[in-house]
Design a protein around this ligand. Sequence first.
Ligand code: CP
Length: 311
Amino acid sequence: LYHVLGAKQFDREQLDRLFGSAKEMEQVAVRGGIQRYPNKIMSTLFFEASTRTRFSFESAMHRLGGRVIGTENASQFSSTIKGETLEDTIRIIAGYSDLIVMRHTEIGAAKRAAAVSGVPVINAGDGSGEHPTQALLDLYTIQKEFGGIDGVHIAMIGDLTYGRTVHSLSYLLANYKDVRISFVSPDNVRIPTYVKQYLEEKRVAYEESSDLEALAGSADVFYQTRIQKERFPSLEEYSKAEGKFIIDRKLVDAMKRNALILHPLPRAGEIDTEVDGDPRAAYFRQAQNGLYIRMALIEQCLGGERQGGEG
Ligand code: CP
């Protein structure tokens, strides 16, 4: 089975193949879709809220001619609330569908699910662990906008402790040459040591900074993230991190003419809406790319991608 559980499972060759497939999916989507999987069913099992990931996965399956089943809020409306274990839930749902897309509150939940699932599992976010499909669409966006990823200097900004997208994106960037990462965050949400250790193993150049203005004229990509209030142990800790490192008109004016501003979204004030009309603000284009990447991932899972997949 080909599961998508974490960003480290992807090598450069697989990324090139996935991005090639996503490009083809753009054309498929423009034509309204294709009846490729009329007899396949995808389950969406979301224990946390979502707009982009869930809607784009569901749209992707529909565009590929498949069907989707799920519950609005798995924490509340699945039998988890009666005490059923994740493992039992997955065993049951795997019997009703051909693919499971799951978002869960706990780090490692997707791996637990894959261990007992008879069908492929896609990790749509596991707590503050990883969000590999988001990072794949982030990288695809950089490739589309710049024509390549080698040599890119990316500033990752905001909640780097709980921000699962920055963890996954850091791992994926290790596949490219001469990448430089500047981590910019409040002191209490710095990038975790385990992410830094991975980058060191892979010889990726990185630095930690608390001076976003100093990077404005040199970074190619500004990857802004939300301070995730819901993941902090206390409101006091959250208040130490909120409201810092805002991307506003003044900062954008200091950026390179061809810089790229990305955000996995949703945002909560950390990118001023006055920036939205600037051509460098690519976050809505980025979210649109999620549809194409997820169509390509569904095809890999249902079409039998074998090389390098986990499980
Ligand atoms: N980027 C992202 O995961 O958005 P949602 O939480 O809306 O799915």
